[in-house]
Design a binder for this molecule. Structure first.
Ligand code: ZN
Length: 363
């Protein structure tokens, strides 16, 4: 029997259930969403799917986008519900090999969803988080998201690769990364690519899973020169949720430090793994549990600006584990990657100790 549906926003009940009530509910998991508004209520999407000869594949021509759910954009300082998520977001897209459509979303404030990483992050927030407490667990089969999602598979470098040129080495040195970072993490520089032009001019970070290269992330050597150029460019359709960056090297150590991004891990090569985002998927939880036995401490060391939402949620998710768990708080304004190697290690060890957990460095 379906549950009675009584969504309320700002004290006013919706006149009828949203077209995709699952998505409507899931949107409340997005950090700082400010509540979900419904626009164009009850209108279904209308349009045509036809072969486009110029594009050499099937494309949609949309007549009416239909119902949309509006939330505060979590990527900019939006407080006016300017992130519009279409009711068909996450549904299999027949124009794209039935992959879940993650593009039916737009930030009218700063166009934040042009950034592929932001698109992936939003998708993870909406569909990957196991619900806590009052939330009902996501029913992914309803939209076919799980079934259609990409899987891990071996991959190649994105194009023509070379050793890091001097200006990249200088950039890494200026940020205080240790000299062996390049060799430890197998970093290379992309000088040309037919398939992935956005990878060109970036430091390419290979991502391994069980010693097999399964993906890569490209980082601009320095701050991006335009706001349309994201700092990171990840291999398209890479299922970040299915890996933990650097797990192969961290496995078997006496404790594990969980970070958000690859450069954070470079600060603690032996112990760090990265979620490649701000959430932890069920698959990543399983990987962590399998790699570390119950007496090995798990240290959460996420970026300070996510302390109140993502970090807390991740902590809640793994709280029931037998492992000692510490949530490290870094000074405001400092991501782990901004701290010196020794400073970061000291912070982790000291805060663990304050929580009654002794870390054995060097093992
Ligand atoms: Zn935005």
């Amino acid at each position: 029997m379906p549950l009675p549906f009584q969504p309320v926003y700002a004290g006013t009940a919706l006149s009828q259930p949203p077209i995709c009530s699952t998505l409507y509910r899931y949107l409340h998991k997005v950090p700082n969403n400010g509540g979900v508004l419904v626009a164009n209520q009850g209108e279904h999407m209308t349009g045509n799917l036809a072969f486009d000869p110029g594009f050499r594949r099937q494309r949609w021509t949309i007549a009416n986008w239909g119902e949309a759910y509006r939330i505060n954009c979590p990527f900019c300082n939006d407080t006016r519900h300017r992130l519009w998520v279409n009711h068909r977001y996450g549904q299999p897209d027949p124009a794209n090999l039935a992959w879940p459509s993650d593009g039916l979303v737009i930030c009218f404030n700063e166009d934040c969803l042009k950034d592929l990483d932001n698109r992936k992050q939003l998708f993870e927030w909406i569909f990957e988080l196991p619900n806590m407490r009052e939330h009902v667990a996501p029913v992914l089969d309803m939209s076919g998201v799980t079934a259609a999602g990409p899987r891990l598979q071996p991959c190649q470098w994105p194009g023509q690769m070379e050793a890091l040129p001097d200006f990249c080495l200088t950039y890494l040195a200026q940020r205080g990364f240790r000299g062996d970072t390049v060799s430890l993490f197998g970093l290379r520089y992309c000088v040309g690519s037919q398939e992935f032009p956005s990878a060109v001019g970036r430091i390419i970070v290979p991502i391994y899973h069980n010693r097999q290269m399964v993906g890569w992330q490209g980082r601009t050597p320095g701050e991006p020169t335009s706001r349309h150029m994201p700092k990171y460019y990840t291999m398209p359709h890479f299922p970040k949720r299915a890996v933990l960056y650097n797990l192969d090297n961290a496995r078997g150590r006496s404790f594990c430090v969980v970070f958000e991004g690859v450069t954070d891990v470079w600060r603690l090569p032996g112990y760090g793994v990265a979620l490649l985002g701000k959430t932890i998927s069920v698959e990543q939880q399983n990987l962590l549990r399998a790699a570390f036995s119950e007496n090995q401490p798990i240290i959460l060391c996420l970026d300070p600006e996510t302390w109140d939402n993502s970090a807390l949620k991740i902590h809640e998710m793994i709280r029931g584990w037998p492992n000692p768990i510490v949530r490290v708080r870094l000074p405001d304004g400092f991501d782990p990657a901004d701290l010196e190697h020794d400073t970061l290690l000291n912070t982790v060890v000291t805060q663990a100790q304050a929580a009654g957990i002794r870390l054995h460095v060097g093992r």
